[in-house]
Design a protein around this ligand. Structure first.
Ligand code: SR1
Ligand code: MG
Length: 404
């Protein structure tokens, strides 16, 4: 039966759960030096490290409310079921980018998985100006593969529809609909502002017809365009890494949505990190700019390869004529072009919401000098306004816009 765990109750839970207990046992058949501590700093769940002499594990449990708000914001625990199911699918598609899952319990809304103790959260690492030469290669593969191998192209119509049904993630989609696509564009009590941010800048984008219409389009696309199984919250806090390995964690927002959403959220977080840098940090600025470019370019190439290879295997009648594969390639290029413009639109929405909405990014929000922070936030808002209302043909043009 479900109960909310804490450090002590977890010890009892381990005792009564052989699948977890057996992982922690010494060769002599007992658990030695068991230690449990809560380390979660996310907005939704509780995360514990469990350590014994033998092994260390992560236990993540969903509670029936939104952690960052408190018990007054009820949220059903079913989100853990989505996380577990998404982790399993992602693990199958991208085994080296998803942590090992040792045990899960839908009843207790928890998952026990590999402790990535030689890896750190990407956001913190970027704040500390760390460089990861393999990150863009890894993330572009994660994006291209999870977002291709869950589409109709690969799964076929019936299996894909089964998946869509399995991932009807009503509550967490509602959080995104509200906190990314609605509240930041109205005077909502959940919004949170740097006191030094000039509110006339905020009022301006809130009352700009082209911005409002463009955001409304992205919102509707998010709600209706069931293209692929998304991670659903792929910001730089959902990635753990070291110089050699990259892991994507926390897919509780997983659902079938537009491919550009995952790509755009990730790129937006790189862009906000870029804006947070000091004027003279040219080397790191260059690194982040390259990350933005490489991630998109590599994603587009890998997604295209997945499309073409898949069609070559399928040999569908539809494209089976002398110029068929050439025409399929043209169709693929157009498909990726649409993903690109969606990604830029979602990127802008993420930049707006992380600046005036409830959940911030530490890269900017932790800047102590509030005047400097406000300057950065103003730049982010003005860049987001440009991104969402303009048309770009490639990532270089987007980067130019950011540099302005
Ligand atoms: C209100 S919950 C705030 C945010 O935390 C999660 O990480 C998602 O990004 C969500 O929008
Ligand atoms: Mg999360």
């Amino acid at each position: 039966m479900y109960r909310v765990l804490n450090d002590d109750l977890i010890k009892d839970y381990i005792d009564e759960t052989p699948q977890i207990r057996s992982l922690l046992l010494d060769d002599n058949g007992s658990i030695n030096n068991l230690d449990v501590s809560e380390i979660g700093d996310g907005n939704l769940n509780f995360v514990y490290i469990i350590k014994s002499n033998k092994k260390s594990l992560i236990l993540k449990q969903a509670v029936p409310f939104l952690r960052c708000v408190g018990e007054e914001y009820p949220l059903s625990r079913v989100r853990m079921t989505f996380e577990i199911e998404a982790l399993k699918i992602e693990k199958e598609i991208c085994p080296s980018f998803v942590p090992e899952i040792y045990f899960d319990s839908i009843d207790m809304s928890l998952v026990v998985m590999q402790n990535l103790d030689s890896h750190k959260i990407l956001r913190g690492e970027m704040i500390n100006r760390k460089i990861f030469p393999l990150l863009s290669e890894h993330i572009s593969t994660f994006l291209a593969d999870t977002l291709f191998f869950t589409t109709d192209f690969y799964l076929g119509s019936a299996k894909k529809k089964e998946n869509v049904e399995k991932f009807i993630n009503i509550e967490l989609c509602k959080i995104t609909e509200d906190f990314i696509f609605t509240h930041p564009y109205e005077e909502n009590e959940t919004n949170d502002y740097n006191p030094k941010l000039n509110m006339s800048v905020v009022k301006q984008f809130r009352e700009d017809s082209s911005i409002k219409r463009a955001v409304a389009k992205m919102r509707y696309k998010f709600m209706t365009d069931a293209q692929a199984l998304l991670h659903g919250d792929l910001h730089t806090g959902s990635i753990m890494l070291n110089k050699k390995e990259t892991f994507v964690i926390d897919p509780e927002f997983a659902f079938y949505g537009p491919i550009g959403f995952d790509v755009g959220i990730y790129l937006a977080n790189l862009v906000m990190s870029y804006f947070s840098l000091e004027k003279d940090e040219e080397v790191y600025k260059d690194y982040v700019r390259n990350m933005i470019k490489d991630t998109w370019d590599m994603f587009a190439l890998k997604f295209k390869t997945n499309m073409i290879e898949n069609e070559k295997k399928r040999k569908s009648l539809q494209w089976n004529y002398p110029n068929g594969m050439k025409h399929f390639e043209q169709y693929t290029d157009e498909f990726i072009k649409d993903i690109f413009s969606d990604s830029v639109g979602f990127m802008a929405c993420e930049m707006f919401r992380r600046t005036v909405g409830l959940a911030k990014v530490a890269d900017v929000a932790d800047i102590k000098d509030l005047d400097r922070r406000a300057l950065i936030e103003t730049k982010i808002l003005s860049c987001a306004s440009k991104l969402i209302t303009s048309k770009y043909s490639n990532i270089d043009e987007v980067i130019k816009e950011i540099e302005k």
